[in-house]
Design a protein around this ligand. Sequence first.
Ligand code: IPE
Ligand code: IPE
Ligand code: MG
Ligand code: MG
Ligand code: MG
Length: 322
Amino acid sequence: MYAITELTQKINTAVENIQYHTEPKNLYDPIRYILSIGGKRVRPLLMLMGYNLYKEDVETVMNNALALETYHNFTLLHDDLMDQSDVRRGHPTVHKKWDENTAILSGDTMLIMAYQLFNKGMKNDEALIAFIDATQGVVEGQQYDMDFETRNDVTEAEYMEMIRMKTSLLLGYALKIGAILGGGDQEDVNHLYTFGEKMGLAFQLQDDLLDVYGDPTQFQKKLGGDIVENKKTFLLINAYQRADEAQKAELDRWVNAETFEPAEKIATVTNIYNLLGIDQLAQQKIEELFAESLKSLDQVKVPEEKKTQLRLFANKLMGRKY
Ligand code: IPE
Ligand code: IPE
Ligand code: MG
Ligand code: MG
Ligand code: MG
């Protein structure tokens, strides 16, 4: 049974040892760059921990885990382009450091590499189908995220479904794939999936909360990006629900503004969130979802001591600052 730190170390070493074609340099350098500047490695960790509930030889499935991390990093390259984000993991995003076409093509390449890596890993049809389903679902979720930017009637339920797709799927499937490869039975596989799915919802809510309230010295992304881009987050949707007429009008003014000073928009909308207690509301929801996720972990039929790393990991994520 491996500790989280040991698995992280193994993942980082394996990431460094990924083999690339040498040319074109401008296609592969950004991939090495994004994979080397940090990242919590949540998805490969969950996959390996899922596997490690049943088996010890985690190296056997390392390529499957690398496939998940490579896929996730593909989504980040395109996501940063779509969200016009300049900073990722405390460094310039690929489309800023290189250019937009590079972010598109290096992203495309990572998507292909992800399937190559999965194919180099442990062979299992059920796991492969799970990987394909997850990767398709995430992109569908990303499309909803983009569609919602220009809609002003997005409900909380629609938001929850969108984040389930863009974020939770990959966390749930990471655990599911790990458990399938480890030989867990169908019931365990399903409970682990639900554990990851619920944790993923909390994780994205946290991401949205940190985007407004994160500590700028720790967050590693630019604060306020979601407000600038009119993202229909839990925060904005609930602010509209709770706002009085004057606050609604103020929110409308900023959401509909074509030209504005980003810092001013961020400050005004954040102030409305503060007045309405939206941060506490989000924090409460995050805690509920985390607590719910752990109930699914409880039901997995492996000895309790085998689950300690996953419990630790979930708790660590709950207190995350970036
Ligand atoms: C960022 O994912 C995108 C979301 C789904 C919120 P992470 O927060 O896992 O990013 P890294 O990989 O640790 O940088
Ligand atoms: C991104 O959500 C989810 C995926 C990359 C699939 P966000 O757009 O909120 O992620 P960050 O905040 O840029 O990391
Ligand atoms: Mg996004
Ligand atoms: Mg983004
Ligand atoms: Mg975000």
